[in-house]
Design a protein around this ligand. Structure first.
Ligand code: NAP
Length: 335
C-alpha cells in the first residue's frame, strides 16, 4: 500500500509499505478522505512533537476493510475515526475530560495515521458514518473540536458573536453559531475572499482585524478565537463586552506569552476559556455532517492524491484556500 511518510524534518514522501497487520481489537480501514491540517505542517517542520518515521493524517474516515470476527464492525462499513486515544482509566478520563488524559496519543501524530491507503485503528475510535458523503469524513474531527468550543460557550440563541480567523475552524464556528441562533455573527479575518465566503455561510457581517479594533471593541457576548496568533488572542479580549466570554480555539506557539490586564478581566468579569480537541463530541459531529445542515463543499479548496501531498505541505496554503482533502484509497486495493 502507499502512504505519505514523514521520514525526518522537512522530508515527506510517498512510501510503499506492507498493509499493516491487524491486532485483536483493531480494524483496518481503507481511507476514503483525509484532511490536511496546520498540525501536519508543524510536524513536518519539526515544530510539533511526534514520532518519525510517521504516516501523517488525523482527520479521516473510510470503509472498514477487516475487523475481528464477532466485532460490531464489518467489511464495507463507512466509519469516521476519532484520532485521539486516551487511557479511559485516569481521573480526567473517568470525569469525561478525555482530551486532558496525560496518556493520550493520536493517530497521525504519535502513531501512523490516515494519509495512507490502509490504516490500522483501535475499534474504540470508530463512529458509524453511513449516509455521509465520504469526502465529508475529513471534516468530522475539526468539526468535533469546534463543537467542544460551542459547548463551552453555552450559546443559547440571540447572542452577538465574533469569530476571529477565517480558516476552516472559523468557517465551521460561523456555521455552528448560526445553527445555535446567534443574532449577530461577525467574521474577522484579513483575506477578503474568506470574508465573502463567511457571508454565504451565516456571518451577518465581516471585517478586517484593523476595522474590528477601530469599531468593535467591547461589543460581543461571545468571541471565538480561531487563528492561534498572539495578536488575535489579544484582540479577542478587546472585543468581548463586559461580562462576555472568550473561547480560545486557536493554538498559539507553545511558550509564547502575552501581557494581559488582570484588572480588566476582574472589573469586566470576562470569562476566558480554552477549548482543546474533541472530547466525546465526535458522534455529534458525525450526526451534524449526516444531517447536511453545514456547507462543507464550500470549504474544500482542492482534492488531492497522495502524490501531491508532499509539495502541498512544503508550501504555504494558496491565498483564500480553506481545506485540502486527500483521497488515499480512491481506487480500493485488492484484498
Ligand atoms: P487556518 O486555516 O490557518 O486559519 C487560521 C486563519 O486565521 C489564518 O489563515 C488567517 O486567515 C486568520 N488570521 C486572522 N488574523 C490573523 C493574524 N493576525 N495572523 C495570522 N492569521 C490570522 O487554521 P485552522 O485550521 O482554521 O485552525 C485555526 C486554529 O485552530 C489553529 O491555531 C489550529 O492549530 C487550531 N486548532 C485548534 C483545535 C482545538 O481543538 N482547539 C483543533 C483544530 C485546530 P487570514 O489570512 O484571512 O487572516
Amino acid at each position: 500500500m502507499r502512504c505519505v511518510e514523514v521520514q525526518g524534518v522537512g522530508l515527506a514522501a510517498v512510501a510503499e509499505r506492507a498493509v499493516p497487520e491487524r491486532r485483536p481489537g483493531w480494524v483496518l480501514i481503507d481511507v476514503l478522505a483525509c484532511g490536511l491540517c496546520g498540525t501536519d505542517r508543524h510536524i513536518l517542520r519539526g515544530e510539533y512533537p511526534s514520532r518519525m518515521p510517521l504516516v501523517l493524517g488525523h482527520e479521516f474516515g473510510g470503509r472498514v476493510r477487516e475487523a475481528d470476527p464477532g466485532s460490531r464492525w464489518h467489511a464495507g462499513d463507512l466509519v469516521s475515526v476519532d484520532p485521539n486515544i486516551s487511557c479511559g482509566a485516569c481521573s480526567h478520563c473517568t470525569a469525561g475530560r478525555v482530551a486532558l488524559c496525560p496518556e493520550r496519543y493520536a493517530l497521525g501524530v504519535d502513531i501512523d495515521g490516515g494519509l495512507s491507503e490502509v490504516v490500522a485503528v483501535p475499534e474504540s475510535q470508530l463512529y458509524a458514518a453511513s449516509g455521509i458523503n465520504p469526502l465529508h469524513l475529513a471534516f468530522v474531527e475539526p468539526l468535533a473540536c469546534c463543537l467542544r468550543g460551542m459547548d463551552l460557550s453555552s450559546l443559547r440563541g440571540g447572542e452577538s458573536v465574533a469569530v476571529i480567523g477565517g480558516g476552516v475552524m472559523g468557517q465551521l464556528v460561523v456555521q455552528l453559531a448560526a445553527l445555535a441562533g446567534a443574532s449577530r455573527i461577525t467574521l474577522i479575518t484579513r483575506q477578503e475572499s474568506r470574508r465573502e465566503l463567511a457571508e454565504t455561510l451565516g456571518a451577518t457581517d465581516t471585517c478586517s482585524p484593523d476595522e474590528a479594533d477601530r469599531d468593535l471593541s467591547r461589543t460581543y457576548d461571545v468571541v471565538f478565537e480561531c487563528a492561534g496568533v498572539l495578536e488575535t488572542v489579544a484582540q479577542s479580549l478587546r472585543l468581548a463586552r463586559r461580562g462576555g466570554s472568550v473561547i480560545l480555539l486557536g493554538i498559539p506557539p507553545e511558550g509564547a506569552t502575552l501581557p494581559i490586564s488582570p484588572f480588566d478581566l476582574v472589573v469586566d468579569e470576562l470569562r476566558v476559556q480554552g477549548s482543546v480537541l474533541n472530547p466525546l463530541t465526535q458522534e455529534r459531529a458525525v450526526a451534524i455532517v449526516r444531517e447536511g445542515s453545514l456547507d462543507l463543499d464550500a470549504l474544500i479548496s482542492r482534492r488531492l492524491t497522495l502524490d501531491e501531498v508532499g509539495d502541498v505541505l512544503a508550501s504555504q496554503p494558496g491565498a483564500g484556500d480553506i481545506k485540502y482533502v486527500v483521497e488515499p484509497a480512491a481506487r480500493p486495493l485488492a484484498p
